[in-house]
Design a protein around this ligand. Structure first.
Ligand SMILES: [Fe+2]
Length: 250
């Protein structure tokens, strides 16, 4: 089975549409590691699409806040403003759908969907040290996670911790063909990157294809029309930085 693995869409329709166009024909099912809502200008469009097209999905911290399951206190003022705006925009059906999203880790076939870490949906797995601390809680061979908006991954193979994919070691052109071959005895925590708000210095939308038969994960980056999304952010009255950061991938 081939899975399109996506995460952190954050109400960015243009990025999602571009990913779906480029990934067409490469997958059988679509799964998502959470944060569909928050930050961006198209929450209903993204969630309408998600309800119809995702085979499996878990909630992210922004999904929790935008549907009122959690308060705004843990967020900075910009994220708070975007969450309030999103809550006002969401249709009753989409609010109810967000409220009903499952908490990760969620077993899907042979792998896991995780928002933050296998231990805590709000924990950021940024470094190899962070990954080492939580590998013991990963049930199954592969966990896909999001939350950091940083594409890449970590491995535990032959009793050694390492990078399954380290974005810094690839240049811009190479980043569209990063292949992670999975050792059947190894453990993997892989972040497909953020579709809608990349923060790893590359503005292109991040996504992954996991082929469970070939035992392989391919990481991809797709350019999209971030200037249109930026204009929509500003037209919606959302904080301007939520638009400009998209053009920089920060
Ligand atoms: Fe996020």
């Amino acid at each position: 089975m081939r899975y399109l693995v996506i995460s952190d869409i954050h109400s960015n329709w243009e990025a999602l549409e571009a990913v779906l166009a480029e990934a067409g024909g490469l997958y059988d099912r679509i799964v998502c590691c959470g944060d569909l809502a928050g930050y961006g200008p198209d929450p209903n469009r993204v969630i309408d699409w998600a309800r119809a097209n995702l085979s499996a999905v878990i909630r992210g911290n922004h999904d929790r806040v935008c549907c009122g399951l959690d308060d705004l206190e843990s967020f900075n003022p910009v994220a708070q403003a975007a969450s309030r705006w999103t809550m006002e925009q969401l249709t009753p059906e989409n609010l109810a759908w967000l409220r009903a999203l499952e908490q990760g880790p969620l077993p899907v076939d042979g792998f896991r969907l995780i928002h933050g870490s296998p231990l805590d949906e709000d924990e950021y797995v940024m470094s190899l040290m962070d990954a080492r601390n939580v590998f013991g809680y990963l049930e199954g061979q592969v966990g896909f996670f999001g939350h950091t908006h940083m594409q890449g991954g970590f491995s535990y193979v032959d009793r050694r911790y390492g990078y399954a994919a380290q974005l810094n070691s690839f240049d811009r052109a190479q980043r569209n063909r990063i292949v992670v071959r999975l050792d059947p005895e190894g453990l993997y925590l892989i972040n497909p990157g953020s579709v809608g708000q990349p923060r790893d210095g590359d503005a292109r939308a991040g996504w992954a294809i996991y082929d469970s038969d070939a035992q392989e994960v391919r990481l991809h980056r797709t350019p999209y029309d971030w200037n249109t999304t930026c204009d929509k952010v500003i037209a919606a009255g959302l904080p301007e930085v939520l638009g400009t950061r998209l053009t920089q991938g920060r």
